[in-house]
Design a protein around this ligand. Structure first.
Ligand SMILES: Nc1ncnc2c1ncn2[C@@H]1O[C@H](COP(=O)(O)OP(=O)(O)O)[C@@H](O)[C@H]1O
Ligand SMILES: O=P([O-])([O-])O[C@@H]1[C@@H](O)[C@H](O)[C@@H](O)[C@H](O)[C@@H]1O
Length: 380
């Protein structure tokens, strides 16, 4: 599959071309660009507020990229990626790890805020598990808000329509490969702020799809994406909650098995999936194998309320598995010229090894009363 970015020569707008070339030469080889705003999440069940947390795909994505990206020993602190995010002066989580590490741009408008209303009944695998209402919206992210330099990869992860079509286009110009969350493209909001969806084909984003590498949608969003049309333009990944995910491309498809999890809060599962998937590509895995890492971090996300904290032992185990199973760390697919989509012959081994880690972590978490989760937010 060809990559999305345009040649460096095309980067004349908005900056000095020579500077751009220098920045690319001197910068980290696998620097990423994450575009989407942090937000406030209020979790509500039965008319009662049961949680208030940092939200926004950018927060969940940063958390997983920092945890799972391949890194040299001396880069322990933070993985090489930039976050372009906007919040208002009311932002309540400036000292949380993700915003503290990569501070958002401050705006006069308030921080984007969502109310997530969970149904009283336990969610089934594919039924919507929550109703989302956007109660406040921060400014959009404009093309001029993005840094003037090249990136190995970009993640377009808006939650409230903040990634404008022209901003996505600019990302495609700056990044060698762009991964997009469909929720950044097809969300609309009714008069009350309730999230609804529009058909991707009817949006200005549709024409950009052939220049996108991967488009991720939840099974609720998939009908609005139009998988059969979209798969002819880029690789489409449909996440299916506790059932894992499927990949669709022009001429092939694959199902990728899930990992065990005790769900306490489904918020951020899709975001964490996408970041785990991107990390898998950075490790040099083919897309179908990288989706295993997506499923792993999606499962880890639902096991905690809000942005999850990963146990260092779990991360060490995952890193050892990836070091053992990947051979191409020095030339990851995301930095090459094409993507391999089909599963490798060690797909099942990788699943088994990660599953063992997921099972151990899940058991530890259930046994540990200090994990602070206090029960399942999304069901009674
Ligand atoms: N209950 C669960 N058990 C295990 N894995 C889960 C569970 N819920 C979600 N996941 C993982 O997270 C991914 C994204 O979840 P999904 O619910 O499909 O996305 P979204 O949060 O966008 O609605 C899934 O593909 C799966 O890998
Ligand atoms: O749960 P998920 O679909 O991965 O992503 C979520 C968004 O849908 C939601 O709008 C936002 O408020 C959450 O913080 C989270 O980013």
């Amino acid at each position: 599959m060809p990559l999305a970015a345009e040649p460096v020569e095309a980067l004349e707008e908005g900056g000095n071309q020579q500077q751009l070339l220098l920045a690319t030469k001197g910068g980290p080889a696998l620097e990423g660009l994450v575009v989407g705003s942090y937000c406030h999440d209020v979790l509500i069940r039965g008319g009662r507020v049961v949680g208030e947390t940092l939200g926004g795909a950018a927060a969940f994505v940063s958390n997983v990229l920092d945890a799972a990206s391949p890194r040299e020993e001396e880069e322990q602190e933070a993985a090489p990626f930039v976050v372009v995010s906007k919040v208002g002066r009311d932002f309540a989580y400036a000292s949380a790890p993700a915003p503290a590490r990569r501070p958002p741009l401050l705006c006069a408008s308030p921080t984007t805020s969502f109310h997530a209303q969970f149904s009283e009944a336990a969610a089934s695998a594919h039924a919507p598990d929550r109703e989302l209402r956007r109660v406040r919206a921060c400014d959009p992210i404009y093309p001029a808000d993005l840094p003037d330099r090249r990136f190995a990869y970009g993640l377009a992860v808006g939650v409230a329509g903040e990634v404008l079509p022209e901003t996505l286009e600019r990302m495609i110009r700056l990044c060698r490969a762009v991964l997009v969350d469909a929720q950044a493209l097809i969300r609309a909001f009714d008069a009350d702020g309730a999230v609804c969806h529009v058909s991707l084909e009817d949006t200005p984003y549709a024409r950009l799809l052939p220049r996108v590498a991967f488009l991720k949608a939840s099974s609720e969003e998939a009908p609005y994406v139009g998988v059969e049309t979209a798969r002819r333009r880029c690789c489409v990944i449909v996440t299916e909650g506790r059932d894992g995910c499927r990949l669709f491309w022009d001429g092939g498809e694959a199902r990728v098995a899930p990992f065990p999890a005790v769900q306490v809060d489904p918020t951020g599962a899709g975001d964490s999936f996408l970041a785990g998937f991107a990390a898998g590509l950075l490790w040099g895995l083919p897309a179908t194998d990288a989706a295993l890492l997506g499923n792993f971090f999606g499962a880890a996300a639902v096991s905690q309320v809000g942005v999850p904290t990963f146990h260092p032992k779990m991360l060490q185990a995952v890193k050892e598995i990836l070091e053992d199973k990947t051979t191409k760390r020095s030339s990851p697919c995301i930095n090459g010229t094409t993507f391999t989509l089909e599963r490798s012959n060690m797909h099942d081994e990788l699943h088994t090894a990660l599953q063992e880690t997921a099972r151990l972590m899940s058991e530890q978490q259930q046994a540990d009363p200090a994990n602070g989760n206090g029960g399942d937010i999304c069901s009674t």
